[in-house]
Design a protein around this ligand. Structure first.
Ligand code: ZN
Length: 92
């Protein structure tokens, strides 16, 4: 029997890409709790897509200005998730 290892196999307490996206504004604001930050950075080390996504997001933030709490609405989170999904699809 061949063991097939998914490139993005997810351990029980590892973040998924979607969870990472939901935390990314807190990450960029440097307000993640240390335990969450450790999982976040562990995901960045083993994911090919998220580090590039965060670079892209940092660039966007540079262009539009610093994210503020009032910017982090459910709508803006869903826009980020849509953006991320489209962006990932375009890379496949
Ligand atoms: Zn990822």
């Amino acid at each position: 029997m061949t063991v097939h290892v998914e490139p993005h196999a997810v351990e029980p307490d590892e973040l998924t890409c979607q969870e990472l996206v939901e935390l990314v504004t807190d990450y960029l604001e440097e307000v993640l709790p240390p335990a969450v930050l450790a999982r976040f950075e562990a995901h960045l080390l083993e994911c090919d897509d998220c580090p590039m996504y965060i670079d892209q997001l940092r660039t966007t933030i540079c262009l539009v200005g610093r994210l503020t709490e009032s910017d982090v609405t459910p709508e803006s989170r869903s826009i980020l998730l849509d953006h991320f999904r489209v962006w990932k699809q375009s890379r496949d």
